[in-house]
Design a protein around this ligand. Structure first.
Ligand code: 5GP
Ligand code: MN
Length: 366
C-alpha cells in the first residue's frame, strides 16, 4: 500500500467530503457493537477538564442521545471553568468530587464506559479505582502518547490534535455522520478549537478544516463559540494577567525560556476562580525568541505546573523528568509537592541540565 491512504466518505449521502481512515477498522467495529448493544453509558474524562475534555465528552453524549440511548452520563473528576458552561449538556455533567456515591453507582452499573482525552487511570485521580473495577466495556478515545492498557478498545492517535476530532472520526466511521446534530457539532468544535489554541498550533492538517466545514453545515456559529470561550473573563482575571506580565514573568534569554509563578495569596488577592489562569502559560511565547514557557501555580495541597513550547522542544519530556507529569510535545503539565520556591528551583535546575535524549532513553527502559 505504501503511502496510499484509504479515504472514507463522511456520509453515504455526501460523497464529495472525504476524510482518511485513521482509526483501525477492527476497533471501530468492536466499539460500534458496544454502542449498538449497550443500554447504559458512562463517559469519563480527565481531572481539571479543559475544552477538549468537556467538548469530546459532550459531543459523544449528544451523539449517543441522538442515537436513541436514554441512559448516558458524563462524569468528570472535578469542577471545570465557567466559560465552558454554555455548552449544550453541561447541566447534565456529574462532578465526581461532589457526588462520589452517585457517580460510583453509575460507573459500576454502566454497560459501556468511554474514556475520553486521557491515556492512563492516574489522570482521573479519585475516580480511577471505580473505573478500573467496573465491569462495563471500556473504550478509550484519546490522543496522548503511551496509552495504558486498561480498556477493551484503545483508540489512541497522538497525530490527531484533539479527542473531539477523534470523536467526530469515530462517529463518521460507524456510518452515523447524519446523527451529528448542532449540539454535538458545537461541542466537538469547541474541543478542536481549544486544543489547538484556536488553530494556532497542531493545526496544519488539512482534514481539520474539512471537518470544520462539515460542523458549520451542521449549524454551528464558530465565531460565536470563539467569543463564548475566549472573551468572557472577569475584570479581576484581566487585572491578574496585567500583574503577572508586569511583575511575575521571568525571562531566561539564553535558554529561550520564560517562567510565571503565582502563589495562593496572590490568587486570592485577585479572587481566583477555576479557569482564571487559563492561557497565562502561553503569554510569554509571544516574545520573539521565547520558545519554552512554564507557569507554576500554588494549589491547595500541591503545586501545578503547566508547560508550553513552540517548535521541537519536548516539554512533555521536561514535565516527565522534573514534575512527574507528561502530555503533548508542545503542551504538557505536571505536579510538584513542596514549596513554590522549591518548584522554581527544580525548574531552574532543569533549564540548566535538561537533556531530552536522556529522558527518551529512560522511557525506553521503563
Ligand atoms: P494544562 O497545562 O492545560 O493543565 O495541561 C496541558 C496538557 O498537559 C493536558 O492536556 C494534559 O495532556 C497534560 N497534563 C497536564 N497535567 C498533567 C499531569 O499531571 N500529568 C500528565 N501526565 N499530563 C498532564
Ligand atoms: Mn485533548
Amino acid at each position: 500500500m505504501g503511502n496510499v491512504k484509504k479515504i472514507v466518505p463522511l456520509s453515504l449521502k455526501i460523497r464529495e467530503y472525504m476524510i482518511t481512515k485513521i482509526i483501525q477498522e477492527e476497533k471501530i467495529q468492536k466499539a460500534k457493537k458496544y454502542v449498538e448493544k449497550g443500554e447504559s453509558f458512562v463517559i469519563v474524562t480527565h481531572v481539571a477538564p479543559d475544552g477538549d475534555a468537556i467538548g469530546s465528552s459532550l459531543g459523544l453524549y449528544h451523539f449517543l442521545t441522538a442515537y436513541g440511548k436514554d441512559n448516558v452520563s458524563v462524569i468528570v473528576p472535578n469542577e471545570f471553568p465557567q466559560f465552558y458552561k454554555w455548552m449544550p449538556g453541561t447541566k447534565e455533567i456529574v462532578i465526581y468530587e461532589k457526588y462520589p456515591d452517585f457517580a460510583n453507582q453509575l460507573i459500576r452499573e454502566a454497560d459501556v464506559i468511554f474514556c475520553l482525552d486521557f491515556n492512563e487511570p492516574k489522570r482521573i485521580e479519585k475516580m480511577a479505582p471505580a473505573v478500573i473495577a467496573a465491569e462495563g466495556r471500556k473504550v478509550m478515545i484519546d490522543h496522548h502518547l503511551n496509552p495504558a492498557d486498561f480498556c477493551r478498545v484503545t483508540m489512541s492517535y497522538p497525530e490527531i490534535s484533539s479527542a473531539s476530532e477523534m470523536v467526530f472520526r469515530f462517529i463518521c466511521r460507524m456510518g452515523m455522520f447524519d446523527l451529528i446534530n448542532r449540539e454535538c457539532a458545537e461541542c466537538i468544535y469547541t474541543g478542536m478549537m481549544t486544543d489547538t489554541g484556536s488553530f494556532t498550533y497542531n493545526s496544519n492538517k488539512p482534514e481539520i478544516y474539512t471537518i470544520i466545514s462539515e460542523l458549520i453545515k451542521k449549524g454551528i456559529d464558530k465565531d460565536l463559540i470563539y467569543r463564548k470561550v475566549n472573551q468572557v473573563y472577569s475584570e479581576s482575571r484581566l487585572r491578574m494577567m496585567g500583574y503577572v506580565l508586569y511583575e511575575k514573568m521571568k525571562v531566561y534569554p539564553e535558554q529561550q525560556a520564560a517562567l510565571i509563578t503565582l502563589s495562593l495569596d496572590e490568587l486570592n488577592h485577585f479572587r481566583y476562580v477555576t479557569g482564571d489562569t487559563e492561557g497565562f502559560v502561553n503569554l510569554p511565547l509571544s516574545i520573539e525568541g521565547v520558545s519554552f514557557s512554564v507557569f507554576i501555580r500554588e494549589d491547595r495541597g500541591c503545586i501545578k505546573i503547566s508547560l508550553r513550547s513552540v517548535g521541537d522542544f519536548p516539554c512533555n519530556l521536561f514535565a516527565g523528568q522534573y514534575f512527574n507529569g507528561g502530555g503533548h510535545k508542545n503542551a504538557s503539565g505536571g505536579e510538584f509537592y513542596g514549596t513554590l520556591a522549591n518548584a522554581v528551583a527544580v525548574f531552574e535546575k532543569g533549564l540548566k541540565e535538561f537533556n531530552p535524549n536522556k529522558t527518551e532513553e529512560l522511557n525506553k527502559h521503563a
